[in-house]
Design a protein around this ligand. Structure first.
Ligand SMILES: CC(C)(COP(=O)(O)OP(=O)(O)OC[C@H]1O[C@@H](n2cnc3c(N)ncnc32)[C@H](O)[C@@H]1OP(=O)(O)O)[C@@H](O)C(=O)NCCC(=O)NCCS
Length: 153
């Protein structure tokens, strides 16, 4: 039987339960505990066309299999915007069917269509998903510094 087609599309309000289930799996993958208020706010921003944050869903066999979540922002280095891919996740049972690759390719296509000058993301050095990422380009040698301000959610 041929592989099922993968559709990449915008989320709508009806996708909230499916997205939340994936989001919860993604949080578990990173052993992160995201407050409900943050999850609710993130979902609202994904539905808000005025927000610089947007999400895309991978759907296969009618099932929401995965998502990408990005922020488009200005850059001092280019006139065109940068697109930061902050989160990428495919349900474990639906991995290895091309959804991850299709979600990234969708962002490459959107970058070209929208005139963004960069698409970038971070990952842990040992993430096996780098096999997939290396298909798009090689990683650079930057490291990340993060300061936390725990009084702000
Ligand atoms: C990364 C992730 C989104 C990839 O989704 P996916 O739908 O399985 O990816 P694809 O099916 O498009 O994989 C494309 C290729 O990369 C390889 N690959 C992707 N993720 C892999 C992983 N975790 N381990 C090993 N190989 C992986 C696949 O084997 C496949 O190669 P092939 O086509 O030669 O068989 C998914 O593994 C995932 O959600 N991982 C947990 C969360 C995560 O790491 N998110 C990214 C954080 S930066």
């Amino acid at each position: 039987m041929p592989d099922a087609a993968i559709i990449i599309r915008d989320p709508s309000a009806a996708d909230e339960m499916a997205w939340r289930e994936l989001w919860s799996g993604y949080n578990a993958f990173y052993e992160a505990s995201i407050a409900e208020a943050v999850t609710a706010h993130t979902w609202q921003r994904l539905l808000d066309p005025a927000s610089p944050m947007f999400g895309r869903l991978a759907v296969t066999n009618g099932e929401v299999a995965g998502f990408s979540l990005c922020i488009v922002h200005d850059s001092s280095w280019t006139i065109g915007s940068y697109c930061y891919l902050e989160d990428l996740f495919v349900a474990p049972k639906l991995r290895g069917r091309g959804c991850g690759r299709a979600l990234i390719q969708d962002l490459v296509d959107r970058a070209k269509a929208n005139g963004w000058s960069r698409l970038y993301w971070h990952t842990k050095a040992g993430n096996p998903a780098r096999r997939l990422y290396d298909e798009f380009d090689k990683a650079d040698d930057f490291v990340r510094y993060r300061l936390f301000f725990p009084d702000v959610t």
